[in-house]
Design a binder for this molecule. Sequence first.
Ligand code: COA
Length: 280
Amino acid sequence: MTIKPLRKLGATPLAPVAEAWLERIEGALRDASLDRPRFCRELLCELAFPDYVANWATAVNDDQLAQGTRISLAALDSRNITLEPEYYAECDDAKFQRVKPLLWLWYSFDRLPIGGQNVDLGVRLRRILAPHIFKTCGARFKAFQHVEFSFGYNIECGDDVVVHRHVLLDDRGGIQMGNKVSISDYANIYSHTHSIVEQADVTNAATILEEGVRITYHATVLAGVRVGVQGMVGAVAVATKDVRPYHVNVGIPAKSVRVKPNAPAEAWAASRTSNTKGSE
Ligand SMILES: CC(C)(COP(=O)(O)OP(=O)(O)OC[C@H]1O[C@@H](n2cnc3c(N)ncnc32)[C@H](O)[C@@H]1OP(=O)(O)O)[C@@H](O)C(=O)NCCC(=O)NCCS
């Protein structure tokens, strides 16, 4: 085994400006009466269309401007776009409209030159936004680029959770992540499913990743699955049933191939837990 801790890098040249920008966002979001759509639109306008910061509304309504420019400018404001979860029957509009501007800022930042692969700024911005989107968010939350959510407001997240690039957190039925959960690149965590007969027949079921769980690259966890403490789902696996604590499940459907060597005695018990989905 070779332990390779992350390296520490020096500050980038415009770090004080970035610091002030983040402080401005953090401070503004503390105000419960903040006009979030407007605030997020102004932030995005500075980043994407700086020439229009002072006259955004005039430009949006200026029929001398190119149509594409006008609708691109309008789209900076989350009230002028729709996100997929808004079409879901059970979407709680009161909750979703509160978080929608922040989700839109998060997604849009990731698609600009300033965002995407810009690790330090991106991680810090998302750490500021997450507690205002999730139901609960613990300390030191870390998300890399291109993470997507369904509602966002149905996520419960412990301390030191890490979500890597291009992860889908479908929290339609709720996702709970305990302390130190890690979700690797391109993984998908679902919490809703459709009837095989009638697609519009949707079942929501909370998906639970207990403390220390690792969902590795390109793996998928289906709705209602519980991955027990320190459980692991291997690369490209599909967890259709519960994963027992300290077990490493791989394949499609994911099955236990080993118990972690640091597991307590009870984790080695051969019997599988009995619950609605069973475990593998
Ligand atoms: C889950 C994982 C860590 C298991 O590693 P391991 O405990 O060393 O397991 P082994 O490599 O000894 O594999 C045990 C068996 O499962 C199989 N297996 C391992 N990973 C598999 C996978 N992702 N899919 C299908 N089968 C897999 C192996 O071929 C082996 O089968 P065999 O006994 O028939 O030869 C590893 O397979 C994996 O998916 N790693 C992803 C990369 C990673 O570490 N990500 C973490 C990022 S946070």
